[in-house]
Design a protein around this ligand. Structure first.
Ligand SMILES: [Zn+2]
Length: 461
């Protein structure tokens, strides 16, 4: 199926430094060269795509999502089949799932199970970050093995003690030490467990169980304290750390200060924290907007855009972790503490970043590419194969039509859900064609890729 030679001409190529008219010459799944418009006019490719009027973007990378993830009595709605297809419709060509260490068990073994889940199903390239539940000698010994296996990122939690996922300070320092020694990157979910538990118990005792009480149970302070604690511990053992789903105005400042101090700290926010506020937890379908950390206030939304523009926050991921709405409602029973929290967003990131970010002047097009393509490629060990369109890169290309307008809705998306957190949102620009390693996955809005063609990418930092 790979085209021997493919010419994409007449478009505007975007990288993290700029947007400029250029043509791409692709051979056997790789970008061979890039030149000013018309430069290849005298050469004959097996296929030529006219990209006039289109933006030509590197395929997006989503470094944070949860496929087939068991959670609170159900399982996340996306797997490698429907999840990678929906991701591709959103311009994603590489994604990184999670695999959770069984309590006291081997994270490596569990990662192998992901190979099984992806086999014959994945439309686009993928990888996995392990979720570590302890820092026992066996787990620490597996860190260099994970890195050697091309899986150099792994995550831990500062909360969820009640379900055995909390990494205490003693263990966290050991993980930092192993990371510094072997060269991986530790991802951290930051919410202070004591603060969350204190508020949760008080709210439950008072019978305050509505969706908005979920946000009250996990205040901004819980996230800020936890991030500051990570920074303090990094001063003892400096090692690369990536703070997942930052959602508060203060978090970006804490991270920025730590970076200026010289600590190797990175961070992401997620699409939903850039758009929605906790007001959604008071409105219709409020229960379906519960996620952790919770949606915040408008001042946080504004600060996150600013942090993205200034570079304090470097990446935007989806944290796609939604369960089917019917499951959410059945299990949650209107109680915030029972809800399988998590939102669906694997397809919506590019549309939202373009419409709300680029079109509204909050970020530039190159900044969009940096946050969704180049920087995650570098931080997660996918660079130089992924994240850009310079010679030598995999030909992972998105043709984006900036002139189209449409309305975001569960019915206009391809995610495995009948609920859309951005229902009714007016969108500017649309993904038209998605190419992965020189092969069409989406062609003029139609899924034409073959399930199972997606490969696990060997990541190296
Ligand atoms: Zn997550």
């Amino acid at each position: 199926m790979t085209q021997k030679t493919l010419l994409i001409q007449g478009g505007t190529v975007v990288n993290e430094l700029g947007a400029y008219p250029a043509d791409l010459w692709i051979e056997d799944g790789k970008v061979i060269s890039q030149a000013p418009t018309g430069a290849y006019a005298s050469q004959r490719a097996d296929e030529t795509i006219d990209a006039t009027g289109k933006l030509v973007l590197p395929g997006l990378i989503d470094p944070h999502l949860h496929f087939n993830s068991p959670f609170m009595g159900t399982i996340t709605a996306h797997g490698y089949d429907n999840g990678t297809a929906a991701a591709a419709f959103g311009g994603v060509t590489t994604l990184i799932d999670f695999s959770t260490q069984p309590k006291g068990g081997s994270i490596l073994q569990n990662v192998e199970q992901k190979e099984e889940e992806a086999r014959g199903r994945a439309y686009i390239d993928w990888s996995v970050s392990g979720i570590l539940l302890d820092a026992e000698p066996q787990t620490l010994a597996e860190i260099p093995q994970l890195i050697a296996a091309g899986l150099p990122t792994y995550k831990c939690f500062t909360t969820y003690k009640h379900s055995g996922r909390l990494m205490d300070d003693d263990s966290f320092l050991l993980l930092l030490e192993a990371t510094a020694k072997h060269g991986g990157m530790l991802m951290v979910h930051c919410e202070n467990d004591a603060i969350v538990n204190y508020h949760t118990e008080k709210l439950i005792a008072a019978g305050e169980l509505a969706p908005i009480d979920h946000a009250r149970s996990r205040p901004a302070s819980a996230e800020n304290v936890a991030i500051q604690r990570v920074v303090d511990l990094m001063r003892e053992v400096p090692a690369p750390v990536y703070i997942v789903h930052t959602s508060t105005a203060e978090s970006a400042q804490i991270i920025q200060r730590a970076r200026l101090e010289g600590l190797p700290i990175h961070s992401e926010t997620c699409t939903h924290y850039l758009i929605l506020t906790e007001e959604k937890l008071k409105g219709p379908n409020a229960q379906l907007f519960i996620c952790s950390p919770p949606l915040r206030k408008q001042k946080d939304v504004d600060a996150l855009w600013h942090a993205l523009g200034s570079g304090a926050i470097e990446v935007v991921s989806s944290d796609d972790a939604g369960v089917l709405p019917a499951d959410n409602l059945r299990i949650g029973q209107g109680r915030f503490d029972k809800v399988p929290s998590g939102l669906t967003g694997i397809e919506t990131r590019l549309s939202i970043l373009y419409t709300e970010g680029v079109c509204k002047g909050r970020i530039t097009l190159p900044q969009l590419v940096a946050a969704a393509c180049s920087t995650p490629a570098r931080l997660f060990g996918l660079y130089p194969a992924k994240g850009h369109l310079n010679p030598g890169a995999d030909a992972d290309v998105v043709l984006f039509d900036p002139t189209q307008t449409w309305t975001m809705s569960a019915s206009t998306l391809h995610q495995n859900t009948d609920f859309c957190i951005f229902e009714g949102w007016p969108i500017q620009g649309k993904v038209e064609t998605v190419i992965s390693r020189g092969e069409y996955v989406i062609r003029k809005g139609e899924l034409v890729g073959r399930p199972g063609r997606g490969q696990r990418v060997f990541r190296k930092q």
